[in-house]
Design a protein around this ligand. Structure first.
Ligand code: MG
Length: 269
């Protein structure tokens, strides 16, 4: 099932997207059985919102694709021997088709990162790797937008990746039963129609299941938690010379099995 969060004639809610119609899902919860009921609305008549509602910061994996780990200032470091975790603030979450509004006073080096987003259904602790997929509610497309100048000036990743609007998500989430293998998904990112990233989740260093097992060994996972699983190569900081997003750029992050997430970059002073 394709699930969206949307603003429609009856306000904001969750719904099932089928063809050109969205049907409401009353009492939606990430740890509940999901059943659409009631009258649908035309997709064209509603506004899609980010299809995630994490109960706390979004968990993120850094340097989780080998080719990407060799991009930028960390290129000479060894590949991670264990997952590198950081988080992004929930206030960074941005809707599909929304403008990403960023102040030039904060960054002039805004970069893109298409990522598979994993949404936890049933929570838990000490989740074994072989049972990790039982805890996944679904998947979405994330763009882990990153202010590289802040990232490397501050000695940590949180602030530079948590600025308001720096986590576009959507356009929908796809329930886990519809993704046969999360380690066999194509990821693409285009800027103004030009392909900048084209990878596959086969190249993750730590798989989705390994990441869930590692995280839940120390931190109890909650329904609705979101994990951003890292980005393949092709980010702006890895280009020679580096390339940054400009005012008016249209960024499309896509996982064809899930959908296409489009946002426009707007710089303000
Ligand atoms: Mg990332």
């Amino acid at each position: 099932m394709r699930i969206v969060r949307y603003r429609g004639a009856r306000g904001v809610g969750w719904g099932a997207w089928d063809g050109d119609t969205v049907r409401p899902i009353p009492g939606f919860g990430f740890d509940k059985a999901v059943r659409p009921s009631g009258e649908g609305e035309l997709l064209a008549a509603v506004t899609l919102l980010a299809p995630i509602a994490p109960p706390r910061n979004v968990f993120c994996l850094g340097r989780n694709y080998a080719e990407h780990a060799k991009e930028g200032p960390g290129a000479d470091q060894p590949l991670p021997a264990a997952p590198i975790w950081f988080t992004k603030s929930t206030t960074a979450i941005a809707d599909p088709e929304s403008d990403v509004v960023v102040s030039r006073s904060l960054t002039r080096q805004l970069d893109w990162e298409v990522e598979l987003g994993v949404i936890i259904g049933r929570g838990g602790k000490h989740i074994p790797e072989e049972r990790a997929r039982e805890h996944i509610f679904g998947y979405t497309v994330l763009n882990d937008l990153s202010a590289r100048d802040l990232q490397y000036a501050r000695g940590q990743w949180f602030y530079s990746k948590s600025l308001d609007h720096l986590l576009p998500a959507g356009p929908c989430l796809v329930t886990a039963d519809e993704i046969a293998d999360p380690q066999d998904l194509e990821l693409l990112l285009r800027v103004n129609g030009e392909t900048r990233q084209h990878g596959t989740t086969r190249d993750m260093i730590f798989s989705v299941a390994a990441a869930i097992a590692d995280l839940s060994r120390g931190i109890t996972l909650l329904p609705g938690d979101v994990i951003a699983t890292g980005t393949p190569s092709g980010v702006g900081m890895g280009r020679k010379p580096p390339v940054w997003l400009e005012h008016g750029d249209v960024v499309e992050a896509e996982i064809p099995a899930i959908g296409l997430l489009r946002n426009r970059i707007v710089f303000v002073d």
